[in-house]
Design a protein. Structure first.
Length: 150
């Protein structure tokens, strides 16, 4: 049988690519979770890779920036769990994650000198983070429209 019934709504068959995207997204989001937790707890083995200027930069984030970063990371992780559980709320989690990413990016590149403190690689990585976040939001939205996420 290609469909199952969940809460009265038919669910489309789960495509194989959902599992591929979901597992890759889980690994991606776990990197963000580790980065966030290691930075917020000032985990020495992780933070030893940064210069004193970079450490001052990270540890000097205002509370609202840390909150935006937390929303970006944790809602992205929740969105990935929702995607793997085939739940429609994954779309909202990815949208909130993207909003957190927008706020933190504006802080970093408008209100601070992150480009010179963190370097070119960090700026390129920010573009990659944006690309992945937008892709995951659009992908989850497409899966919801197809009835895969209910």
């Amino acid at each position: 049988m290609s469909e199952s019934v969940v809460r009265g709504a038919p669910r489309a068959r789960t495509p194989v690519h959902l599992w591929i995207v979901g597992v890759l997204a889980l690994l991606w989001s776990l990197m963000g979770v580790v980065d966030y937790l290691a930075t917020q707890t000032q985990w020495q083995p992780y933070m030893a890779a940064f210069t004193p200027e970079q450490l001052d930069y990270f540890y000097g984030f205002p509370v609202w920036m840390v909150a935006a970063w937390a929303f970006a990371v944790w809602c992205g992780f929740a969105g990935t769990l929702g995607l793997l559980l085939r739940r429609r709320w994954a779309v909202w989690m990815y949208a909130v994650s993207l909003a957190g990413l927008a706020i933190s990016t504006v802080y970093q590149y408008v209100f601070t000198d992150a480009a010179s403190i963190l370097g070119r690689v960090a700026a390129i990585f920010t573009v990659v983070i944006w690309a992945v976040a937008i892709f995951l939001l659009l992908y989850a939205r497409a899966m919801a429209k197809r009835g895969v996420l209910v």
